[in-house]
Design a protein around this ligand. Structure first.
Ligand code: ADP
Ligand code: MG
Length: 724
């Protein structure tokens, strides 16, 4: 088939595609959490005592005894078998950004040859996949490569349905024989516990007496692209790298702003509904969906949940998005920058902390006392973001996200905090010492009571900020669309734990001097602001003035690439932070650094090799075929006495040579093998390799606009973005 025929065929298939059958519309009440082994299910199937123990574990993270585990396992098995389940799997979250599973049957055979089913507490609790096949950084050095999974009872088990079967999935942690965390869940659980410990101290000093366990919460807004499978399957770059390595910008892009919040195409709406029904069955509270800025780009945002559950649900959601898209003839792209020149995709991680007794501590509340708690917690976040900006940059670093950060569409690679005018004014008052106004010898909370009717910052909340306060939570906007939310949540919880500890120490010292609670809070927050207000920024994060001022006047760091960002994971201050909070040991951090660096190097390597290969074997041949068309046409014209202008052919020939030249430069960079350190290797990827890939692409994209459309082999941007 000629190049043209492949693209024409794809267009034909897409435009004549029937809508999937959508007859089976089910009411929410029938499907909500239907496949979840929830507390409600447990309440019905467990004894009173077992249920009580289980509920306590879910709510406070308290360990579960083995007798209860046996009871829960038996109930879980019965529940699952009734749903047609034959296999179970511990599902876990290795340091690579994916999920991992190992399926096991419930079945064992009796001596008589009958099949019986068995599932004990110990099977539920512990699995033993072979850890050696998962990247584990320096932890691989321990000769016990084995990894173990262990049930996380705080995240509900569920059943995953496939067309002819179902599997019981058990959310789990994954650790080494020596007890080191090999996954993304253990640090999240530990960071939550560290945050709780520190928060308890602060709240106790604030005179609270009844304080339930504090938990962090997360609501992630997920952006994604849908491309019809007919186009995607003819784009090896989309299939292997998740993004287009070539592609000229179409004459019409997103500049009309006609896509954002526009009517959702019917075929996409059908996909969304099917996808959301699956989420509902799994108890994932899909809440909003809409078109995004770019053509072909959409967003889904579930309602927020406890961070650990939200993180599991987020991974599950990404998996289900991809499989459901396939059923609907789409490829779902979670890559941060699938199309050059078109907005990329992020994942806004909304985060807060709270409990049932004090409520959401990042919500200002309605009494002066609640306001004080709020200001302390908010101040703690500000301190954390200022001290550990490079850590926050490191946990969102990836080859793909580098394309977004720093481009004028996504938050900059400089970590600053946006508070909104009102709250920024309050903190500036605090810094000036204006919150505790003395009158008639008494201390009044004038400044503070003024923030009581705190209005939520409306609609447009400075989209240029990477880290923004949005009324009752912080929104970490620089997170990439394909990333696990765990890394950002761990970093935020840990820096908060550390800052709350700092605050507790300072508060304690103040209170010992006999001052009032208000004076103590005012003094601590004043000191905090004097040290850390430089991180607060309400202006335009995209502007070049900010890029200069942030670095030169504020002392913040601009960290453009993953190669620059990842070393922060093993920097002295970060190691000390994680060690003193007990969230990750130095060895665990080092292994993370190694794994993420390796991922970065590997993914740039794949892209670079694919760039060279596609340029050489697909684009160059198409170009020279077209050149020979031109030569033949010129000869034919000459035979009737007409001299055709040879300009176009010459330009194309020169670009074709340029393309090959750029490919050989790229191959030369790829052949470099001796690196003194991982960091040097990453810099080689971020520098020469990336630049040379761009050079290859520049030639190819110019050729795309010169070679006859019918000769061009790869589906074009206009087709992938606009034809649904
Ligand atoms: P927006 O105005 O940005 O659309 P939404 O109210 O839709 O805001 O919230 C966006 C996300 O923030 C949702 O996932 C929502 O559940 C989440 N969210 C709201 N409150 C909190 C909170 N206290 N903690 C964490 N996430 C929250
Ligand atoms: Mg959004």
């Amino acid at each position: 088939m000629s190049a043209n025929a492949v693209r024409q065929q794809a267009i034909h298939e897409v435009t004549n595609r029937p809508l999937p059958d959508s007859s089976a519309v089910q009411p929410l009440s029938e499907i909500w959490a239907a496949d979840v082994f929830s507390l409600a299910v447990m309440e019905e199937s467990l004894s009173k005592n077992a249920f009580k123990a289980m509920k306590k574990t879910v709510q406070t993270g308290a360990p579960l005894d083995s007798a209860t585990a046996d009871v829960v396992a038996a109930a879980m098995k019965d529940w699952a078998l009734k749903k047609g389940v034959k296999f179970f799997s511990h599902i876990f979250y290795p340091m690579t950004n994916i999920t991992a599973e190992k399926h096991d049957g419930f079945i064992i055979t009796s001596p008589e040859g009958n099949a019986i089913t068995e599932f004990t507490g110990s099977l539920l609790i512990k699995g033993e996949p072979d850890g050696s096949s998962f990247p584990n950084g320096s932890l691989r050095m321990t000769n016990a490569a084995r990894g173990y999974t262990a049930w996380d009872p705080t995240s509900p088990a569920y059943v995953m349905n496939t067309p002819n079967g179902a599997t019981l999935m058990i959310p789990s942690v994954f650790f080494s024989w020596t007890g080191e965390a090999l996954d993304k869940k253990i640090p999240l659980l530990r960071s939550n516990a560290a945050m709780n410990d520190a928060a308890q101290r602060v709240l106790t000093l604030m005179g609270e007496t009844e304080i339930e366990t504090l938990n962090s919460s997360c609501g992630a807004e997920q952006e994604y692209f849908l491309v019809d499978a007919h186009f995607a399957h003819n784009r090896p770059d989309l299939l292997l790298a998740g993004r287009t390595l070539f592609g000229a910008a179409p004459p019409k892009g997103q500049e009309f702003d006609d896509h954002y919040f526009g009517a959702i195409p019917e075929r996409v709406q059908v996909f969304m509904q099917a996808f959301e029904d699956k989420l509902f069955r799994l108890g994932i509270p899909a809440k909003t969906h809409h078109n995004e800025v770019a053509p072909g780009q959409f967003e889904i945002a579930p309602y927020f949940e406890a961070a650990n559950v939200a993180a599991d649900h987020q991974q599950l959601m990404m998996t289900i998005m991809k499989t459901t898209a396939k059923e609907h003839g789409f490829i779902c792209l979670l890559h941060e920058k699938p199309f050059a020149g078109v907005n990329g995709s992020g994942k806004h991680v909304n985060w807060s902390v709270g409990n049932s007794t004090q409520g959401n501590l990042l919500d200002p509340g309605t009494t002066p006392h609640e306001n004080l708690n709020f200001l302390l917690f908010c101040g703690a976040v500000i301190r954390g973001a200022h001290l550990f900006g490079p850590l926050l940059r490191a946990v969102i670093a990836s080859a793909a996200n580098d394309h977004r950060l720093g481009a004028n569409e996504a938050p900059p690679a400089i970590l600053s905090v946006y508070l909104g005018d009102q709250l920024e004014a309050v903190f500036s008052d605090i810094k000036e010492g204006n919150i505790a106004t003395s009158s008639d010898g008494g201390v009044m909370d004038l400044g503070l009571s003024q923030i009581l009717p705190f209005t939520r910052d409306p609609g447009d909340r400075n989209r240029t900020s990477p880290f923004a306060f949005t009324g009752n939570r912080f929104e970490f906007r620089a997170v990439g669309s394909s990333q696990s939310v765990s890394g950002p949540l761990v970093a935020m919880n840990t820096m908060l734990a550390d800052s709350l500890t700092w605050i507790a120490d300072k508060l304690e010292a103040q209170l010992e001097t006999g001052v009032s609670q208000l004076e103590a809070v005012a003094a601590v927050l004043k000191e905090l602001m004097e040290l850390h207000s430089a991180v607060i920024f309400g202006g335009d994060g995209y502007s070049s003035e900010w890029h200069t001022a942030a670095v030169e006047e504020r002392g913040l760091r601009n960290i453009p690439t993953t190669a620059d960002a990842l070393p922060a994971l093993v920097a002295d201050d970060v190691v000390a932070l994680f060690e003193r909070t007990g969230v990750l040991s130095e060895v665990e951090l080092a292994s993370r650094y190694e794994v993420y660096a390796e991922q970065y190097i590997l993914s740039i390597g794949v892209e670079a090799k694919l760039t060279a290969e596609l340029a050489t074997t697909v684009l160059y041949p198409a170009t020279v075929e077209y050149l020979s068309d031109l030569t033949e046409t010129a000869a034919a014209a000459a035979s009737v006495g007409v001299e055709l202008d040879t300009g176009p052919a010459k330009t194309i020939a020169a670009e074709a040579n340029g393309l090959l030249g750029a490919v050989s430069d790229l191959n030369a960079a790829l052949s470099v093998e001796d690196f003194a350190s991982t960091e040097e290797h990453m810099q080689h990827c971020a520098g020469p390799i990336r630049a040379r890939m761009d050079a290859v692409r520049a030639h190819a994209d110019r050729l795309e606009t010169m070679v006859a459309d019918e000769r061009w082999p790869l589906p074009k941007y206009r087709e992938m973005l606009f034809i649904k």
